[in-house]
Design a protein around this ligand. Structure first.
Ligand code: F0G
Length: 457
């Protein structure tokens, strides 16, 4: 059959409140033209993030009721540990309240003066946790990964030649090489098994750990099954197990492929590393058998990790994201191709090529799709990553001006996607009428969350 159906039916629903264009114009003005400041109830379709926004299954809700809230050694922890170990193979499994808490602990343990981390593209929180300690993070994604329209099956791959050059250059200073699967900041693009294997080999050759940032490991495993030779007949679980077999440690935000609304973990084989991590965990997260989570959360994650590797689910997930991308691509909308697993990334710089980066085309587009159709996405461009040269004060744009539409798991149906594609296509037709923005307030760090804007005349 050509039609892919959602492989679930809906038992509990949440209403969407309809609103008018006039109402949304007022809401945007009040929000300082920043979608982060809009109340969720004023949004029709929310593509702000795929993190913590999944619908849980009836089995996950049942698992929540089995949650054991004992402070130490709860049954929930052992169910969680067993499931994580079954996929990752790691000996030490340390729960945390979300992914960045695992990152904070890992980078604190690995920190030494002058440390340099190498990766495909470090996610914002990963980079921020590294830089907060005074260490450096270098992105080494393949050149194809930086060209939105360039078709390549594994645009998340690390450039192995540049990786080895950097490992030589910073010899003795690289605690870890980090591969993010899928490569969120580079468009949710997958990394091939071959690239993971080679990265692991190079890291170890130069005495560095190989760490996976595995938030979307199941989607990555499915892309390997679809696109890489010799993997078509393997199950997503077998592929995931092989991915983790090359790593020394992993940090995972369970808010994505964990299909849970909160949670994460750090896992590794080295007992000394784990012992140091558990000491920090007790300081900031909690006792090692709950790590900042309720027992019921651990059970929801354990069940989510079972469901996310089901082939019907992954087929639907990857296909439905591609369906959205294909619909708007056919209408002429420029975007990152091929589409990634969890989101559609519109190339706002090309969409609004009459608006220069210093007038924030991604932010303009985020506003317009909200105004026109009540859709919320997030700018990933010069609002998020643009800087001012500390000497000259000159504006330094981001590498790309993108608008990310991240798709919550098991939440929206095909008609929501059809509606979204229609809104974006209509906005595309009137793109020449749109004008840029200027920033009228910004915080010193991570300004995109709280900045306020004004439209230029
Ligand atoms: N690593 C990756 C690749 C991520 O995408 C995220 C979160 C994290 C780590 C941090 O995990 O949120 O549980 O602390 N990404 C979200 C997003 C916020 O919208 O892409 P967390």
């Amino acid at each position: 059959m050509k039609t892919i159906i959602e492989p679930f039916k809906i038992k509990s629903v949440e209403p969407i409140r309809m609103s008018s264009v006039q109402e949304r114009a007022e809401i945007l003005k009040r929000a300082g033209y920043n979608p982060f400041a809009i109340r969720a109830e004023d949004v029709l379709i929310d593509y702000l993030t795929d993190s913590g926004t999944s619908s849980m299954s009836s089995e996950q809700w049942a698992a929540m009721m089995r949650g054991d809230e004992s402070y130490a050694g709860s049954r929930s922890f052992f169910r969680f540990e067993e499931e994580v170990r079954r996929i990752t193979g790691f000996r030490n499994i340390i729960p945390t309240h979300q992914g960045r808490a695992a990152e904070k602990i890992l980078f604190n343990v690995l920190h030494k003066p002058g440390a340099v981390y190498l990766g495909n593209t470090h996610f914002d929180t990963t980079r921020a946790n590294i830089e907060y300690l005074g260490d450096e993070a270098i992105d080494l994604v393949i050149p194809e990964g930086l060209i939105p329209s360039k078709i390549h099956p594994f645009k998340g791959n690390i450039d192995l030649e540049r990786l080895e050059d950097n490992l030589k250059k910073h010899k003795g200073q690289v605690p870890a090489v980090i591969t993010t699967v899928t490569n969120n900041s580079g468009g949710g693009q997958p990394v091939s098994m071959e690239n993971i294997r080679e990265t692991s080999r190079l890291a170890r050759k130069y005495g560095a750990l190989f760490v996976l940032d595995s938030a979307r490991f199941a989607e990555n495993a499915y892309f390997i099954k679809m696109r890489e030779r010799d993997y078509a007949d393997k199950s997503p679980r077998e592929i995931a197990q092989e991915i983790f077999s090359y790593a020394d440690a992993t940090t995972m935000s369970a808010k994505k492929d964990g299909l849970a609304n909160i949670g994460g973990f750090l896992a590794c084989n080295d007992d000394d590393l784990a012992a140091e991590a558990r000491n920090l965990l007790i300081l900031t997260e909690g006792f090692p058998t709950y790590g900042g989570l309720a027992g019921r959360d651990l059970d929801a994650i354990a069940q989510g990790l079972r469901e996310v590797l089901e082939e019907d689910y992954l087929h639907y997930r990857v296909r439905s994201t591609a369906y959205f991308a294909e619909k708007i691509s056919e209408a002429g909308v420029p975007l990152i191709l091929p589409p990634g697993g969890h989101a559609v990334y519109i190339d706002a710089g090309a969409f609004l090529d009459h608006i220069p980066p210093e007038q924030f085309p991604g932010q303009v587009l985020a506003n317009e799709i909200y105004l026109h159709g009540g859709i919320r996405g997030v700018e990933i461009g010069s609002v998020m990553f643009g800087k001012q040269d500390p000497e000259t004060g000159a504006f330094q744009p981001a590498v790309l001006e993108l608008l990310r539409l991240a798709i919550p798991r098991r939440v929206y149906t095909q008609s929501h996607v059809d509606y979204s594609a229609e809104v974006i296509t209509e906005v595309y037709k009137k793109r020449r009428e749109l004008r840029g923005f200027k920033i009228v307030y910004e915080a010193p760090y991570l300004r995109h969350f709280t900045a306020r804007f004004e439209p230029l005349a």
